[in-house]
Design a protein around this ligand. Structure first.
Ligand code: GLN
Ligand code: ZN
Length: 771
């Protein structure tokens, strides 16, 4: 190590949002990509964002050297680490400049793709709603220092203050998240390149030391959340990577973080690497035992006591008691108890910037909320030692006791729900009744719900929200759009129609706004990926439905056509997955409440003459816990909530569900257990392979494999659709196949929508005639 400089400050979060409180990053990027600003202006805006962020963090108490993590990324922290070490797939070789480095345009080429090359694959970052770009590596990838971005950011931070703490995804996690590039030999495992990758990290650390960085943070969430390697294998790989870096002389002090789970038995291995500081997630993990701390020596512990991924305010007396208990265990293990830093469990990138911008949330709710800035205030307060310790087992977040948190009638209804409420008639009975009432042809055609959201629709919604369009004017605008979409579907010749969802800004927020128990924010944006941000609703109270939500729109649509119109709802699991959810009761209880609220909507739709209702659960796979041991419990309550929502109808009413991802082998049993009459899934991209993987016996009801990939503007030809239909029929047998695109059409344009749907109907007619 170059020099023993400063210990880590007493309070430091492990990451901070990077989009800016006014979504400055998104706006600058989108303007640059669209050519509205040049690179110099783009660089000026992002520089200003980083200056403002550092100033804000200093104001919050993180002004000392290395107190603030350097969380900025142009797009994604995994891509940053991948590019730093030259982990660029061969197909992108041209983005590497003559000097071996990659500029912003090259960086965005990997992130967003080019005219010739699709981008890196994107997937979920552990069990969060953040998505990272999957690095690709082969046995011959030329690993070298290809981007010194992290060094540049550190140097820049010295212009703004005492200097931040550079943050990099660590070498082990980077390779565990990477995949073999196309053409790599069968059986090649990215981990085979661990030594080479570590060599480049060592060079990078030397550069950071030369730039004067006292600390560098390596994020190793794989230690807490990896499911692939055994604990022994992880410990070995940790020694070969982080352990080797720690042995190096020419480097800053190292903080290794282990967010997204408890590391438990791996803590001794982490302490044995010789890094100067180790972070542990104490919201998901338990306090370490004295035994686990035996090797602590002079390692500084960074205690992730404040939950970084929820929006709830920490109950400080409980956290203070847990900190005191941790101190006494560290002391008992022979460590320096007074050097413990107080931190967050995970990066604050998963919560909005600040509550200060919110003007319309109820005051009693605000008093129990904390976004990123408020969470930093919490760790600073805890580190200051001013909080009187309560009980170690006390509530982890500030209890919420105001009106709406507990509604007796909701609780009574959940308690009274029994097995009969999740059962319907047998499928054979339902299928027969539905055949009679619906009279649909073989291979029925339909869509997933939304139609393209044209400018006028968005404008009408915005004007209504602002108050410049009155209720009557808004209702008329929506009805006009519904009528237009119905006429179009009739003209194209689809069998089961939809109203098109013009009234919905977002499939979850729309329901959150219409159900009790939720609050919505004005500026609570969080990054989903790149420039894409979402504004999750806050589910704080008992959920119930004060009045019908979709019945008016659906019945209006049905009044215009003799064809069946499908009612369209978002399912309980998806509503939970894409909201910030209360932490004061099991998720399963909350899901049951949402399920029952939706049940009211489903039965009201039925009573109003809607004969098909679709309940979307695109997030069923997404909310699956990281640990396999927790899967059964999750699948139990998630399936139950869906069945509570959908089992209140007659045999003749057809229930559909929609799941939009391809990787669902792990939940195939659960999909069956949902007991929907028809399930539509994404499979256009995998060209029907999914169907071949499904055992028809295990999945004996209607199925709609997506035959048009709506994620790209490409129009599929009728022959190609027909071919998929033939294969689907062969795989699951005739009579069960539905014909539909693989997701909603909201983001598509009308030109490709019309053309593709016409091909879809044409292909269906052709294949029907062959039967
Ligand atoms: N019904 C929704 C739509 O069509 C489904 C969206 C989704 O699956 N993500 O937009
Ligand atoms: Zn979908």
């Amino acid at each position: 190590m170059t020099a023993q400089i400063t210990p880590l400050p007493a309070a430091t979060p492990v990451g901070y949002p990077r989009i800016g409180p006014g979504r400055e990053l998104k706006k600058a990027e989108e303007a640059y990509w669209a050519g509205r600003i040049d690179h110099a202006e783009f660089a000026r805006r992002t520089r200003e964002l980083r200056r403002a962020t550092r100033a804000r963090l200093a104001e919050l108490g993180l002004s000392a050297a290395a107190a603030a993590p350097e969380s900025f990324s142009l797009y994604d922290q995994v891509l940053d680490a991948a590019l730093a070490v030259g982990l660029v797939p061969d197909r992108f070789a041209s983005v590497i400049g003559a000097d071996g480095t990659i500029d912003d345009d090259g960086y965005f080429a990997l992130a967003r793709g080019t005219a010739e090359q699709p981008p890196l694959e994107m997937t979920k970052w552990f069990d969060t709603n953040y998505h990272y770009l999957v690095p690709e590596i082969g046995p011959d990838t030329d690993l070298h220092l290809a981007s010194a971005r992290v060094v540049d950011l550190f140097r820049e931070s010295l212009e703004d203050g005492a200097g931040t703490r550079p943050v990099l995804v660590g070498p082990l996690t980077l390779l565990l998240l990477a995949k073999a590039q196309d053409g790599a030999p069968e059986g090649f495992d990215p981990l085979e390149r661990l030594d080479d990758v570590v060599g480049v990290y060592a060079q990078l650390l030397a550069q950071l030391a030369a730039a004067g960085a006292p600390w560098v943070q390596l994020d190793e969430p794989a230690l807490a959340a990896d499911q692939r390697l055994s604990a022994t294998e992880l410990a070995d790989a940790l020694q070969r990577s982080v352990g080797r870096l720690a042995e190096g002389a020419d480097r800053p002090q190292l903080l290794v973080t282990t967010p997204y789970g408890g590391i438990g038995e791996l803590l001794p291995a982490l302490l044995a690497t010789g890094v100067e500081a180790a972070h542990i997630d104490l919201t998901r993990g338990d306090l370490p035992t004295t035994d686990q701390l035996a090797g602590i020596g002079s390692t500084q512990l960074v205690a992730g006591l404040v939950e970084g991924r929820s929006v709830w305010r920490t109950e400080l007396p409980t956290a203070a008691a847990r900190l005191a208990e941790l101190r006494s265990r560290v002391a008992e293990a022979g460590g320096a108890a007074d050097t413990i830093s107080v931190s967050t469990s995970v990066s604050l990138q998963h919560v909005p910037h600040t509550l200060e911008l919110e003007t319309s949330l109820p005051a009693e709710l605000v008093a129990t909320l904390a976004f990123a800035d408020e969470k930093i205030a919490e760790i600073v307060t805890l580190a200051g030692g001013q909080v009187e310790a309560g009980s170690v087992d006390g509530p982890r977040s500030v209890p919420r006791t105001f009106d709406g948190v507990r509604v007796d009638s909701v609780r009574e209804r959940v308690a009274a729900a029994g097995p009969a409420d999740t059962e319907r008639d047998e499928y054979a009975v339902r299928a027969e009744a539905q055949r009679r009432t619906l009279g649909l042809p073989d291979l029925p055609t339909t869509t997933i719900g939304s139609f393209p959201q044209v400018g006028e629709v968005r404008a009408a919604r915005a004007a209504h929200r602002r108050g410049t369009l009155d209720d009557a004017g808004y209702e008329q605008a929506m009805k006009d759009e519904i009528a237009r979409v119905i006429t179009l579907q009739e003209e194209i010749g689809l069998d089961v129609l939809v109203h098109g969802e013009p009234e919905r800004n977002d499939m979850v927020q729309y329901f959150a706004e219409n159900l009790e128990g939720f609050a919505t924010t004005e500026h609570g944006w969080v990054q989903s990926y790149g420039s894409r941000c979402t504004r999750p609703s806050i589910l704080f109270g008992d959920v119930h439905r004060p009045a019908p939500i979709t019945v008016g729109w659906s019945t209006y649509a049905q009044s215009l056509t003799p064809h069946p119109v499908k009612g369209m709802l978002t399912g309980p699991v998806t509503i939970l997955a894409w909201s910030f959810v209360r932490d004061d009761q099991p998720l399963g209880d909350t899901a049951a409440q949402v399920g029952l609220a939706l049940r009211d909507e489903v039965t009201d739709l039925e009573a109003a003459g809607i004969r098909i209702v679709q309940v979307d659960e695109p997030a069923l796979r997404e909310l699956l816990p990281l640990r396999t041991a927790e899967h059964d419990d999750y699948l139990d309550w998630s399936v139950r909530s869906f069945r509570l929502a959908t089992s209140g109808v007659e045999a003749a009413t057809q229930i559909h569900t929609h799941l939009c991802y391809s990787e669902f082998n792990v939940v195939v049993g659960a999909i069956d257990a949902l007991n929907a009459d028809v399930t539509s899934i994404e499979s256009a991209r995998s060209r029907g392979e999914i169907l071949e993987a499904i055992d028809p016996g295990a999945f004996p009801r209607g199925i709609g494999p997506g035959v048009w990939d709506i994620h790209s503007p490409r129009v599929p030809g009728a022959e190609e659709i027909a071919d998929q239909l033939r294969r689907a029929r062969a795989a699951v047998g005739p009579e069960r196949v539905w014909v539909n695109p693989d997701c909603g059409l909201k983001t598509r344009g009308y030109a490709e929508t019309e053309a593709s749907l016409r091909h879809l109907v044409q292909a269906t007619r052709e294949v029907r005639a062959e039967a």
